[in-house]
Design a protein around this ligand. Structure first.
Ligand SMILES: Cc1cc2nc3c(=O)[nH]c(=O)nc-3n(C[C@H](O)[C@H](O)[C@H](O)COP(=O)(O)OP(=O)(O)OC[C@H]3O[C@@H](n4cnc5c(N)ncnc54)[C@H](O)[C@@H]3O)c2cc1C
Length: 385
């Protein structure tokens, strides 16, 4: 918990200490901005530490591809900036496709990815099985694969950004909840917290699945819905290939990657209802075993060592909301990553820094503004499970 008192003032206050908040704090501190981050629990204790850690640039939306490319570069250089080991495994990311419509959609996405320098490609069934020998099923039509993708450890990324930000002068306060945002004449004047009030003119909401409440503090609707997802990890599997891509059966959302001597396994539960509970339950296990026995039978037979649940932060078009609101100055937000936020963390922290400094980010994120939901300019991302 905190020993340091709450600062009286800051140029920027960040609400939420997951990958987005800590990345923003690091990038702002690096640019010389006086920043305070508030996390009501522990750093990374929200969705970030519950993530499967998959990192990839295989998206359908060119904006997501560019942000993911930027993030992958940052992950590769993370041991130098901010200077932290994140256990990045560039084993590739493999989508297994068993529906004609998905093959067509992924073929189109791969073309867009290639235009942006992503070395992704479509695979035949035989190539796919060579890359991931534990995959099975005569119904497989094709795969999509990029060798630069893979997985990393989310908590390490948070700790790395937090340590880097602190070293550059940022003040990170855990166990400190933002309760209200004070305004006067349409301008933000401060943030009321569980430990007192901080005077500030700029707030960034990186409150993950809880961002809706954060938006309400300034009268803004941030349409982010919490949806529980569960993950299991298996007993050691001695005959597992040393190098396995992160593999996703796109039709069912069943996925797995190597985790130490076993596998980390997940799948969405189509019966899951929106809510903030992160209690684990067994209701989804029969469906998981049924799909695993068809798609990767060795997984259906192995023992389960443990697991956890976390929250996806879902928007109506499965794409992030990033921007600054117009009705109150200056309130910025980055939320609703709909299951791909961990990998976007480095790029989004950099973008938030530039939005705060009112200079153009490396990519124009205005299409991701929350205003798109009023203007029907939705921006659906297809490659999410
Ligand atoms: C099971 C699962 C698997 C996933 N797998 C992947 C994956 O493979 N790859 C990938 O890229 N993404 C994945 N994700 C998604 C990813 O975890 C999220 O998109 C990402 O972590 C969001 O980061 P964040 O910083 O926005 O939110 P969070 O990590 O949730 O951080 C928000 C923080 O805000 C704090 N907070 C909220 N309200 C307040 C307040 N009022 N005051 C102070 N603090 C507050 C919370 O305590 C929380 O710590 C997965 C998610 C789940 C649940």
């Amino acid at each position: 918990m905190n020993s340091a008192p709450l600062p009286e003032r800051a140029s920027v206050v960040i609400i939420g200490g997951g990958v987005m908040g800590t990345s923003a704090a690091f990038h702002l501190a690096e640019a010389g901005v006086d920043v305070v981050l508030l996390e009501r629990d522990q750093l990374g204790s929200g969705s970030t530490s519950r993530s499967a850690g998959g990192v990839r640039a295989q998206f359908s939306d060119a904006l997501n591809i560019q942000m993911a490319q930027r993030s992958l570069e940052a992950f590769r250089a993370f041991d130098r900036r901010p200077g932290w080991e994140i256990d990045l495994k560039q084993v590739g990311y493999l989508f297994v496709l068993s529906r004609e419509a998905d093959v067509a959609a992924f073929t189109a996405s791969v073309a867009v990815q290639n235009e942006h320098g992503v070395p992704s490609r479509m695979l035949s069934q035989a190539e796919l099985r060579r890359l991931c020998p534990i995959v099975a099923g005569e119904d497989i039509l094709a795969g999509a694969f990029s060798p630069d993708d893979g997985h990393a450890t989310p908590e390490a990324v948070v700790q790395g950004y937090a340590a880097g930000a602190r070293a550059l002068g940022a003040r990170l306060r855990v166990g400190c909840e933002a309760l209200e945002i004070e305004t006067s004449g349409g301008e933000i004047t401060g943030v009321v917290t569980s430990h007192g009030t901080i005077t500030t003119g700029i707030v960034i909401c990186t409150a993950g699945a809880w961002s809706g409440r954060c938006g309400e503090m300034v009268g803004v609707t941030l349409p982010v819905v919490p949806l529980r997802r569960q993950i299991l990890f298996t007993e050691p599997m001695p005959r597992l290939p040393e190098r396995l891509p992160m593999t996703i059966d796109f039709a069912t959302s069943f996925y797995f990657h190597r985790e130490g001597p076993g596998l980390l396994v997940g799948m969405s539960d189509p019966d899951e209802q929106p809510g903030f509970s992160t209690a684990t339950s067994d209701g989804w296990i029969p469906a998981l075993i049924e799909i695993a026995s068809r798609r990767a039978p060795v997984i259906a037979d192995v023992g389960i060592r443990g697991g956890w649940a976390g929250l996806y932060e879902v928007t109506p078009d499965n794409n992030a909301i990033i921007g600054e609101v117009r009705n109150v100055s200056r309130f910025l937000y980055a939320a609703g990553f709909s299951g791909h936020g961990f990998l976007q963390g480095p790029a989004v922290g950099e973008i938030l820094r530039d939005l705060v400094l009112e200079r153009p980010p490396f990519v124009d994120v205005s299409p991701l503004s929350v205003d798109r939901f009023d203007s029907a300019m939705l921006r659906p991302e297809f490659n999410v499970v």
